[in-house]
Design a protein around this ligand. Sequence first.
Ligand code: SF4
Ligand code: SF4
Length: 75
Amino acid sequence: MSSTSEFIRVDVNMISCVGIARCGGCLRVCPVGIFEKNGDTPAVVEKNQDECILCELCVQACNPEAITIRKLYEA
Ligand code: SF4
Ligand code: SF4
């Protein structure tokens, strides 16, 4: 279990992500502010992860499939 979230873990694969300048979809679509800008890469706001409503808008917006959402309570 993550030390910073109890229920949901959001991960961005930085190798797959094409960057905010070229995409930025995750920052645009997330209704609850899970992502923040860290230079040209999206960073997950660790303390906000449990606010994720599992809408999967970020997953759908991410062409390179760089985002994974895991329900820790179903692990
Ligand atoms: S939607 Fe995917 S490719 Fe686009 S900035 Fe976010 S993580 Fe990177
Ligand atoms: S699933 Fe929805 S609420 Fe959760 S990080 Fe993605 S866009 Fe944000």
